[in-house]
Design a protein around this ligand. Structure first.
Ligand code: AMP
Length: 218
């Protein structure tokens, strides 16, 4: 089997795709044509590598069920999804941020009521985090703009991603604690790792070379 034969790579649309471009370009894995919102499946510039450009939260199921052989996805999505059906061979060190608990400065984690309401797009991560602390919480699942929830009394705190902290600051919120450091990962379908071993190890190693080359010298 040639190293580039017949594999499909699932890319996370949006912020991660934009940051992935710096890794995809030197590997010749950019889309052949300009990204068009209507085109969801497109050939890359490399022979035998097709791309799927899909919502970040859809990357784990696509790869786990073999619709894509490998993919690029945020650790936050993997933690929320329970990525145990996937290999996660490489930290791509892009889209770096933190998963945090945040809220209004005068509420403070210790001063939250006995069963605080936590607004989040990440109920599994939030539940596991507070579970580890032995704290009972009521989770309110939201799909965006979590920062608004404490301001209007919908929630006592939020669990959300923070990169620069400017969104929290703009809304007068502060970080109470960090749950996890987040970055994007390469994930691989477990069966494909056997059936397309040569091609997938080729690409994993190429990604590893590019990531290592981009690492800042300490
Ligand atoms: P910032 O203001 O830089 O702290 O960014 C915070 C906002 O960007 C929040 O709405 C986050 O949900 C979102 N965000 C930050 N980093 C990421 C990331 N790596 N992937 C997806 N969303 C992110």
């Amino acid at each position: 089997m040639s190293a580039s034969a017949g594999v499909t790579l699932a890319l996370s649309k949006g912020r991660i795709f934009e940051e992935s471009e710096a890794l995809l370009a030197p590997l010749g894995l950019l889309p052949q044509a300009d990204l068009d919102d209507r085109l969801l499946r497109l050939p890359s510039q490399a022979d035998g590598v097709d791309l799927l450009v899909i919502r970040p939260s859809d990357v784990p199921p696509y790869v786990e069920h073999g619709a894509a052989d490998f993919g690029i996805v945020g650790k936050d999505v993997l933690m929320e999804h329970d990525g145990t059906g996937l290999f996660e061979p490489l930290d791509l060190q892009i889209a770096q941020c933190r998963m945090v608990v945040a809220g209004l400065p005068d509420s403070g984690l210790d001063r939250l009521r006995r069963r605080p309401r936590i607004a989040t797009k990440y109920p599994a991560i939030a539940r596991a985090h507070f579970g580890r602390q032995g704290r009972q919480v009521e989770i309110i699942k939201l799909y965006g703009s979590m920062e608004l929830a404490p301001l209007v009394g919908l929630a006592d705190a939020i669990v959300d991603l923070v990169a620069t902290g400017s969104t929290l600051r703009a809304n007068g919120l502060i970080e109470f604690e960090t749950i996890a450091d987040i970055s994007s990962r390469l994930v691989v379908n477990k069966a494909a790792m056997k059936t397309k071993h040569a091609a997938l190890t080729h690409w994993i190693e190429r990604f590893r070379e590019v990531v290592t080359a981009e690492e800042p010298v300490a």
